[in-house]
Design a protein around this ligand. Structure first.
Ligand SMILES: Nc1ncnc2c1ncn2[C@@H]1O[C@H](COP(=O)(O)OP(=O)(O)OP(=O)(O)O)[C@@H](O)[C@H]1O
Ligand SMILES: [Mg+2]
Length: 493
């Protein structure tokens, strides 16, 4: 359960806050002065603080200063009734997480609180990586035994020991954010803030001011001065997610701040110098964006010095059983649904599926299976329908002599019987799935060849009958046999 501490000298505000925000997942503590608030921070250890700027006693600003010394990672949202911009700016410079004006717009307030709690969790919940111990809380870990993941762990360790900029790449759902947080948690800056910004989620014209801040009047709508993330994150770690979505002018500013630590707020010529470690991530191949001149080559080289690439899950299938085990434990811990086990056949099906959404999709599939499953054991039928698309039993059951000489065109064989109820459409889907999994794109000739081989086997090499089965003329069959180099003795076994 998250803990929120509200510090306000008005009893009404404290009362309505508790009424609105107290919930099974959020405990609201209150304090009526800065002094009392600081005491509560020591005893309650809240995840988030909301504090009025103007209070009797030591006041919000002085309290904020002391809080920053006590715990630089604790997000503090400042509240002000007077719209005094200058104090807000001072508070942001001191590292306040955000600010809100009274009276509150409740939906906006909820939004800011949710974002700040997420930031707080990012900082507090340490991401561990291999070896994940049996005794460990199944909360946040990076799981993987494959060689690719072992390399990832090695790189996380190396990067955590330095202050170097890092680039994390990989398809959606492969764990880039998890890796970025692991680097932070194991780095020397782990006791300083970690702020994340999703470059794709912020409109292009606002991103620059979000990152670097702006002066009042810098552009239409800039009614107040604003402090950007780089300034706010001084001494900390800034995670620039989806960096491939950044405009060229913003890229130029990023390059400069990476090289010299300096930047200007939008609409100002005054330079600021900060010490911020940047971890960037993208699911787009930046090389292509560079080739299209959409991404600055020099910035790419600067980011690419240390790169952690997360391979898609389909390329590290050996991690699937481990991940399944991990997620079942994690999910049962979190949902209280009781530990479920999973049948061998269900695991096999998960191992065979292509997972276009990678680890995130696997986690979601298991979560759903836990909810729909009727017994204690997850069975293949409890898994999402799409995972059936590459059920290993469907394609891995051809007799060994049908293996063609083309590498990778056939799955390994096993003794499972062929399912009898598959229509052509399903079979085609399976074939596509399989072809995609194996990066074997020339699917039509591979299938055509195999059908010819099969027809010859079925008819004991009788070309007239084989052609009839295939629905082509004997002459066409002959041409195909020649084209594919199917030798009679091979094809007939
Ligand atoms: N190796 C792993 N071990 C355990 N959990 C993982 C692993 N990889 C990813 N996850 C989990 O999968 C989900 C997706 O991970 P994450 O958000 O880090 O992916 P991402 O690469 O940033 O995706 P996107 O590009 O869509 O933002 C998260 O819930 C994360 O905890
Ligand atoms: Mg992400």
């Amino acid at each position: 359960m998250d803990k929120l501490l509200l510090i306000d000298d008005e009893a009404d505000v404290r009362y309505s806050f508790q009424r609105i925000f107290e919930s099974p997942s959020l405990r609201v503590y209150v304090a009526s002065s800065g002094e009392e608030g600081l005491e509560q921070i020591r005893s309650v250890k809240p995840d988030l603080v909301l504090m009025d700027i103007r209070m009797a006693g030591i006041g919000g600003m002085a309290t904020l200063r002391q809080m920053r010394e006590l715990d630089p990672k604790l997000p503090v949202i400042m509240m002000t009734a007077y719209g005094s911009t200058q104090t807000v700016i001072e508070a942001m410079k001191l590292g306040a997480y955000d600010y809100l004006h009274k009276p509150f717009d409740v939906p906006r307030l909820k939004e800011v609180i949710a974002a700040a709690l997420k930031a707080s969790q990012d900082m507090r919940r340490v991401v561990s990586y291999q070896p994940l111990l049996e005794s460990e809380d199944y909360d946040l870990g990076i799981v993987g035994r494959s060689e690719a993941m072992q390399n990832v762990f090695k790189l996380i360790g190396q990067l955590a020991a330095t202050d170097a900029t890092a680039l994390v790449t990989g398809e959606s759902g492969t764990g880039k954010e998890l890796v970025a947080r692991a680097i932070y948690h194991h780095s020397r800056r782990s006791n300083q803030p970690f702020l994340a910004i999703n470059c794709a989620a912020i409109p292009e014209n606002l991103l620059e001011s979000e990152l670097f801040g702006h002066e009042k009047g810098a552009f239409t709508g800039a009614t107040h001065q604003r402090i950007g993330k780089f300034e706010q994150c001084h001494n900390g770690t800034l995670f620039l997610d989806e960096i491939g979505d950044m405009s060229l002018p913003t890229q130029t500013k990023i390059l400069r701040v990476l090289q010299s630590g300096t930047f200007e707020r939008v609409g100002s010529s005054q330079s600021f110098t900060v010490n911020v470690r940047v971890i960037a991530a993208t699911n787009k191949p930046l090389e292509n964006a560079v080739a299209r001149r959409e991404f600055r080559e020099d910035l790419f080289f600067r980011l690419n010095v240390v790169r952690i690439h997360l391979p898609p899950l389909r390329e590290r299938r050996q991690d699937i059983p481990l991940l399944v085990d991990y997620f079942l434990k994690k999910l049962s811990q979190r949902t209280g649904l009781g530990v479920r086990s999973i049948s061998e056949a269900a695991v096999q099906r998960l191992e065979a599926y292509a997972w276009p959404g990678n680890v995130r999709e696997l986690e979601n599939a298991l979560q759903r299976a836990m909810v729909v499953c009727k017994s204690d054991v997850i069975l293949p039928d409890d898994l999402p329908q799409e995972t059936a698309a590459s059920d290993p039993r469907a394609l891995e059951s051809k007799p060994p002599e049908l293996k063609t000489s083309q590498p990778g065109s056939h799955p390994p064989t096993s003794g499972n019987p062929l399912p009898t109820d598959l229509d052509v459409e399903t079979l085609a889907k399976l074939l596509f799935q399989r072809a995609r999994n194996q990066n074997q794109l020339k699917i039509l000739p591979a299938v055509e060849r195999q059908l010819i081989v099969q027809s010859m086997l079925e008819t004991q090499g009788n070309q007239v009958q084989a052609a009839k089965l295939l629905g082509i003329t004997r002459a066409t069959l002959r041409k195909r046999i020649e084209k594919f180099g199917i030798r009679r003795e091979t094809s007939i076994g």
